[in-house]
Design a protein around this ligand. Structure first.
Ligand code: HEM
Length: 402
């Protein structure tokens, strides 16, 4: 039952990933409520809507997953992980909440305060993780990709800080140039690169598929990062965007192909979520070179890609880790993975997720309430299931350390 290629000797405490995922799904619910609020009032706040999701839901999940994966997958052990996770989780959560709030309220001091939190959180943990990753000699392709993702995240945050200073009028900047770089580094350098690198490790392992081609696992993250750096010098050269787009379309197509060739052909919502995620990534990558003409379809399809993949990963990781940690504690009557989160609950969430995506078609006719409600229910189901998984762990390990 223990997947190959991971080192369980360095398994970090469950409370680390537990707290990041629990807060991330809470941000998902806040995002859902905010979407419904906006459709009821007819108001639309792009920046807070985007950042509740990208910072609150996505980034908290991704940093939590890295805390888990660095020691287990890369052998890069972070010392005192509980203390570090406590600081980073608290400060990033505060920043991710206050940034959209400050923007909605039009409060510059609040936006600046949130920026301080976010800068502190990011520049506390990103260099620590990078240092660990660079100190490991024989690194596999997956964790090698983590390095480029983290570097992109750091660059994306510096660009974000400049944007905020420009936004609040404290600095004269070339706004559209920096915005273009910020979103490219954050979406493709940080998010898509990290998802791809993680999948190089887990798709084959979790779903028993043929391996990815070496040429892709070895080069995707590196080439994407260098193309993004090139965009600093050549921001208008569309061919760079075209190559980034092609790279991720290739990755998406190959992932779908690998999943179709999996050994176990039983219907599995976690695999279908990956399919949905990859189709959305392919669509979003196709739009990327033309993003300013089709900004919303580009952003929304990218969001659907990340949401689908994160749902699949959470539904796999939480039951596995709950079971694993309880077994490690010697709890002999530990629930099986299917008892931690029942497959029926995951199927229900999958169908709601699909309905939410299909309902996006209504946006064309200006109907926003129904899609917003679907996404709210989607996030609520995810949160309830993840909380049930986490509370199962707490209930069984009451005498242990949480
Ligand atoms: C340190 C945290 C961050 C800060 C302070 C920040 C700040 C900003 C600012 C000021 C803008 C321009 C807003 C506008 O003109 O409408 C922006 C845009 C954007 N950011 Fe971020 N950002 C952060 C993190 C992220 C992350 C982690 C992602 C994605 C993974 C992201 C994705 C985007 C996207 C897609 C846009 C364009 C849409 C929009 O304008 O809202 N950002 N960001």
């Amino acid at each position: 039952m223990i997947p190959q290629g991971i080192n369980l000797l360095y398994l970090p405490p469950f409370s680390i990933i537990g707290r990041f995922f629990a807060t991330a799904v809470l941000f998902g619910v806040i995002e859902g409520i905010f979407l419904v609020y906006q459709s009821l009032t007819g108001k639309f706040f792009l920046f807070p809507t985007v950042h509740l999701f990208t910072l609150g839901f996505m980034t908290l999940t991704m940093i939590g997953a890295l805390f888990q994966m660095l020691p287990v997958v890369a052998g890069a052990v972070i010392e005192n992980p509980l203390d570090k996770a406590f600081v980073v989780h608290t400060i990033l959560s505060l920043g991710a909440f206050l940034l959209p709030l400050g923007a909605v309220l039009g409060s510059f001091p609040l936006v600046l305060l949130s920026l301080l939190f976010l800068l502190f959180g990011v520049f506390y943990i990103v260099p620590t993780m990078l240092k660990k990753l660079f100190s490991v000699k024989e690194l596999r392709d997956a964790p090698r990709g983590f390095r480029y993702a983290l570097l992109s995240f750091g660059i994306g945050v510096v660009l974000a800080a400049l944007l905020v200073l420009g936004y609040t009028g404290l600095l004269q900047i070339n706004y559209s140039y920096l915005l273009n770089l910020h979103l490219s580094f954050m979406l493709f350098g940080w998010t898509a690169t990290l998802v791809a690198s993680v999948s190089f490790q887990v798709i084959e392992m979790f779903f028993v598929t043929p391996p990815y081609p070496k040429v892709l696992t070895r080069n995707l993250a590196k080439v994407t990062f260098f193309l993004l750096l090139l965009k600093f010098l050549l921001p208008q050269v569309i061919i760079i965007d075209g190559i980034i787009s092609l790279l991720f379309i290739t990755y998406g197509v190959i992932t779908i192909d690998r999943l179709r060739k999996r050994r176990r052909k039983l219907p599995d919502p976690l695999i279908y979520l990956w399919y949905v995620g990859m189709v959305s990534l392919i669509f979003s990558s196709l739009l990327y070179p033309f993003r300013f003409e089709v900004f919303y379809p580009f952003l929304v399809s990218f969001g659907v890609f990340v949401l689908s993949v994160i749902m699949s990963m959470m539904y796999r990781i939480i039951p596995f880790l709950v079971w694993m940690h309880l077994m490690n504690k010697g709890i002999t009557n530990a629930p099986t993975m299917h008892q931690v989160i029942e497959p029926d609950s995951i199927w229900t969430n999958f169908y709601v997720h699909l309905s939410a995506i299909v309902s996006l078609i209504l946006l064309i006719s200006g109907e926003k309430l129904l899609p917003s409600l679907f996404f709210l229910i989607n996030f609520l189901l995810l949160a309830v299931n993840i909380y049930r998984g986490i509370s199962t762990y707490i209930a069984y390990s009451r005498h242990g350390k949480f």
